[in-house]
Design a protein around this ligand. Structure first.
Ligand code: T4K
Length: 400
């Protein structure tokens, strides 16, 4: 940008020719991709626990230091399978500040999600608020490890044990993260990862369930496929959560490249940190509760009174520049159809979640972003702060 006060929103050309997304979006070289897919063709084997899925499961077990890694076609079905394998019923406690799939996996299995508030600094479930939500119908807790951080799984394990509740984790955002010396995958009864295209480990669509419990692993394998696989154990419901060979082929390449991708995300995060720390009213959320993060998401909170613009207005400014900043999670799982009417006043019940749903935004990171892009994005944000009054008059009183 050449002038200080020009914005694409006000008519100038966008700063970026193509939209910059928030997700990892892993793309191996065409040659590698072609070779991997050629192998699938030559073996004449597309799915049903093929050799690439088996190889991926073995490699994940080694990498994560867990006894069983059970690959599935996405994390949403993985979470449904986990609830079924754990024989949960009644109500399960979880944070509302998460992707709606966490709660939907419970609804699909006939369980009522009960939402707990989160910690304002870490954005992770607030353990001190769990007691107030427990009644005789609660059978379990779903911890969610958000943003490449962790929700204190050790404290949650102790808590669940003393209350006689089952504990499992939605670790969709936490592949590769470490708590002290233990990799996320080893906490609670089951941990579920997402390998969606936007995640740091990508199978395009995919995921895996990790457990150190033999019986749970056997149950999960049988729930995963109506054809059954592995040691037969009785399960009431089966499904099709199978991962295909094409998905596993991409995941294996992505696993090879995970160290470089994590390193790049961390470098971009540090750059954002350096550039944004001087701008009043924008706070970068740092990884919490982990000794190693995948830096999967760049999360900021906007204080509109200090920054001069609301989170939503800043997103409008950024989108006009082709910066696809997102407002995960909006309007908040508790305010989505299906859960909207379960409690009368969420402002009192989930004050931190309400606040974060109104103030958080995610900035681009991953394969399609480089350090020059981060510089330009931060420059746009800095100018938005400096010229917030001018931009506000553009929004003509619609700034909330
Ligand atoms: N638990 C948690 C805590 C989760 O965050 C998620 C998923 C789950 C469970 C369930 O996992 P899965 O069942 O999905 O395995 C995205 C993802 O679809 C979703 O996986 C993710 N969390 C959620 C937080 O974000 P959207 O609606 O934001 O995705 P979308 O399509 O808008 O993509 C984001 C950006 O990336 C856009 O700018 C477009 C761009 N993009 C996306 C794809 C897929 C591309 O440029 N190319 C692509 O191929 O939900």
């Amino acid at each position: 940008m050449t002038k200080n006060n020009d914005f694409a929103l006000l008519g100038r050309a966008a700063a970026f020719a193509k939209p910059l997304p928030v997700g990892q979006l892993y793309f191996p070289s065409w040659d590698r991709y072609e070779a991997a897919m050629r192998g699938v063709f030559e073996r004449r084997y597309y799915t049903n626990q093929g050799p690439l899925v088996q190889q991926l499961e073995e490699r994940l077990q080694g990498y994560l230091g867990v006894k069983h890694a059970i690959c599935v076609t996405n994390a949403t079905i993985g979470l449904m399978m986990a609830a079924e394998a754990l024989e949960l019923s009644g109500k399960v406690l979880l944070p509302s500040f998460t992707f709606i799939a966490s709660a939907q996996s419970l609804s699909w299995t006939g369980i009522e999600p009960v939402f707990c508030d989160v910690d304002p600094l870490t954005h992770q479930i607030d353990i001190d608020k769990l007691d107030a939500l427990i009644d005789e119908h609660v059978t379990g807790i779903m911890g969610v490890n958000l943003w490449g951080s962790a929700c204190d799984p050790v404290a949650l394990e102790k808590y669940a044990q003393t209350r006689g509740l089952k504990l499992y984790f939605d670790s969709a955002h936490a592949f590769g993260c470490v708590v002290d010396k233990t990799k996320i995958a080893n906490f609670g009864s089951i941990e579920v990862f997402s390998f969606h295209a936007t995640k740091v480990l990508s199978a395009t669509e995919g995921g895996c369930l990790c457990t150190n419990d033999e019986m749970l692993a056997a149950r999960l394998r049988n729930i995963r496929s109506s054809y059954g696989a592995g040691k037969p154990v009785p399960v009431v419901k089966t499904s099709n959560g199978r991962m295909s060979e094409a998905q596993a082929a991409v995941a294996l390449m992505s696993l090879d490249d995970f160290p470089q991708n994590q390193q790049k995300n961390e470098t971009l995060f540090r750059l954002y940190e350096e550039r944004l720390k001087h701008i009043p009213g924008i706070k970068l959320v740092k990884p919490a509760g982990v000794t190693f993060s995948n830096y999967q998401y760049v999360v900021c909170e906007i204080d509109k009174n200090i920054f001069g613009l609301s989170r939503d207005s800043l997103i409008t400014v950024l989108k006009a520049e082709n910066v696809n900043a997102r407002r995960y999670f909006y309007p908040g799982t508790h305010r989505s159809i299906g859960y909207l009417n379960s409690l009368p006043d969420y402002n009192d019940y989930l004050p931190v979640t309400e606040h974060l749903c109104a103030t958080c935004l995610q900035l681009p990171v991953g394969a399609m972003v480089d350090s020059n892009d981060v510089d330009v994005i931060c420059e746009i944000i800095e100018k938005s702060y400096r010229y917030s009054q001018q931009l506000k008059s553009f929004f003509a009183g619609h700034d909330k």
